[in-house]
Design a protein around this ligand. Sequence first.
Ligand code: DX5
Ligand code: ZN
Length: 217
Amino acid sequence: MEISPSILSADFGNLLSDIRKVEKEKPEYLHIDIMDGHFVPNITIGPLVLNALKDKTGIPLDVHLMIEEPDKYIKEFVDAGAKNITVHQEACVHLDRTLQLIKSMGVNASVALNPATSLDTLRYVLSSVDMVLIMTVNPGFGGQVFIDGMYEKIRELASIRNEKGLNFKIEVDGGINIDNIKDVVLAGADVIVAGSFIFANGDPGENLKKLREAALK
Ligand code: DX5
Ligand code: ZN
């Protein structure tokens, strides 16, 4: 299991200091939520902020684009240090083209599904993705409650991967805490995104450690 702390719930006035606190616990990725106020009803940050962070942290940047027309911005995010780029199936008219575009820039290409979107929509692209992100809340905000119906979706995706002999990772994002992380991992998740559990209260490094421990219990 790998963990990708989401800075959405970090203190943006002291972002680097919050990142230093999780660095001590060596997270595998740092999850960056990009929102445009169109695809989702919230606005966050753009490539400018990633550019400012990229030489200051060694944690690979896992960029989750919750934006319309992502093709227009992919190069900017790659130049700003993204190691993985996730686009939403719902935001891509030509999903295969978008995934090929990401891969042509030498970074990992991933696709996200909103809770209501079927796994069937990915059937013909599964062999060309590095990761599938299952949203376990409706995207747009941190601190929401995990949607229990998503366990079944994670299990189904893990079983499709197995049947087809593919090796993309399964990332899960939204509402993860110490009470549900173990079940999410047992369902088949490889990469766990956690925002408010890590950054909203207490020490982010300690919270990350607690999550890892809870997954192993
Ligand atoms: C929500 C974002 C998530 C968010 C998760 O749209 O994609 O990455 O930061 O936050 P928590 O862990 O608080 O649900
Ligand atoms: Zn996210």
